[in-house]
Ligand binder design. Structure first.
Ligand code: GLC
Length: 435
């Protein structure tokens, strides 16, 4: 089975980490399947894919098309502005589709797996009607009406759709039209990499702080600097945590795009921390590649997204490292934790609630340990990346046979229970027993 993957970016974000985990799983389970990856820009993804034995080709996006992806990915972008950009990039898109068509004709894939909204559309127009293509959704579409319309206009090339959570699946199904069946394949992580034992980052050194004293409770937000990741909520919450609890906080991460109003910059966040009177209790490390060593150095990992999180890979990674996690309870994120058993949860954007969670955890090391143990067990059962091969292979085989994923009695979103019935042992619902 020859699979060509189309990714919308050359960088490694959440969607790309998942893709790399899928490559690793398939290499192991199906070593004879030739896997090819097409990326729109040189960058770290190409190198990592190559090292996993996936032949990678850079088919460069012309700059207006590249910027469109970045622009469309921003939440809160005005419809008129996006429409203008879309129109302006049509000639480039047409040229790109022709180039992509030539590459696909040469490669003759049995299946195309597109990873990213822009590539769903471009891939469909390149390949045409009846493509053996699966669209893999990592994000909501309903909040991007123009993109949703573009995808509906490209739906002739969608042979199957897969979403990273039930929440995203429901959104995609509604945005694309109810005739679209959306299967759920939860993300997974490399449990050898994200494990409780291993090197720990020196967060104080990374943040340029003096070493913290014994008994300090380290609490961190690990995320890109996108505004919706909740850095301000995190800082406001920290200001409400009693000083005597000896909490030191860390903001770990950097900006993904250079010129983007939807992102914080570290200087602004530092200023906010000072204004809140917690400048001495927060460190800013900037981007750290080795996030597993960061997780292990933290006592509490906070997820604070102020909008529904499609999945929240960082939550799964922290759980795999047996950390105590606090989760912003909306979107796919609520599907991957059991509140009070493997994480504490707070309502998105509510600093007071988040502060209460952090305070409880800072004051109670045995609660931290219990949550960490339970999170680790859940992560081992649900997020082992080796299951990805078993869950994706039937999707690919169905497409290659020309039957896609659809059967007469299916319709709409497949539930966790459907997943359990079809996917066997390590399914989410089974890991959750009666849930
Ligand atoms: C996107 C989503 C994130 C998810 C990741 C991997 O980045 O925003 O929630 O974890 O994709 O699917």
């Amino acid at each position: 089975m020859k699979i060509v993957y189309l990714n919308s970016s050359g960088q490694i974000g959440g969607a790309e980490s998942v893709l790399l985990d899928l490559f690793a799983a398939l290499r192991e389970a199906e070593p004879d399947w030739p896997l090819r990856l097409i990326v729109p820009a040189a960058g770290p993804l190409a190198g990592r894919a190559l090292s996993l034995g996936v032949e990678t080709e850079v088919l460069e996006f012309p700059p207006p098309l590249a910027r469109l992806g970045e622009f469309a990915a921003r939440r809160g972008t005005s419809r008129a502005a996006l429409a203008g950009r879309l129109l302006a990039s049509v000639p480039d898109a047409v040229r790109y589709v022709r180039r992509l068509r030539r590459v696909l004709k040469r490669e003759k894939p049995d299946v195309i797996h597109s990873n990213g909204l822009k590539m769903h559309a471009l891939g469909s127009w390149a390949w045409g009607r009846g493509a053996p293509a699966v669209w893999h959704f990592h994000d909501y579409v309903g909040t991007r009406p123009l993109m949703a319309r573009l995808l509906r206009a490209s739906a002739h090339g969608c042979g199957a759709a897969v979403a990273n959570s039930r929440s995203v699946a429901a959104d995609v199904s509604a945005a694309l039209g109810s005739h679209t069946d959306v299967r759920i394949i939860y993300n997974a992580v490399d449990l050898e990499k994200f494990s409780p034992s291993g090197p720990r980052a020196d967060l104080d050194a990374l943040a340029g702080l003096a070493p913290a004293g014994h008994g300090t409770v380290r609490v961190g937000l690990v995320a890109t600097l996108a505004r919706w990741k909740g850095h301000e909520t995190f800082l406001r919450a920290l200001a409400l945590v009693p000083r005597e609890l000896n909490v030191r906080a860390y903001v770990v991460g950097g900006a993904l795009y250079q010129t983007d109003g939807s992102q914080h910059n570290l200087e602004d966040l530092r200023r906010t921390a000072r204004a809140l009177g917690i400048g001495d209790r927060v460190g800013f490390t900037g981007y750290v590649e080795d996030t597993q060593s960061v997780m292990r150095a933290l006592d509490v990992v906070v997820h604070a997204s102020t909008e529904p999180e499609p999945f929240g890979l960082v939550i799964a990674e922290a759980m795999a490292c047996a950390r105590a996690v606090v989760v912003s309870a909306a979107g796919g994120a609520v599907e991957i934790v059991r509140a009070e058993a493997d994480a504490l949860v707070h309502a998105p954007g509510y600093a007071e609630e988040l502060a209460r969670c952090i305070t409880r955890l800072a004051a109670d090391s045995s609660l931290r340990a219990a949550l960490g143990r339970s999170a680790h067990a859940t992560a081992s059962a649900r997020f082992d990346h080796t299951r990805l091969a078993a869950e994706w292979a039937p999707v690919y085989r169905g497409l290659a046979r020309g039957t896609g994923e659809r059967t007469a009695d299916e319709g709409g979103v497949k539930t966790l229970e459907d997943e359990a019935a079809t996917a066997g042992a390590s399914t989410p619902s089974e890991a959750y027993g009666s849930r």
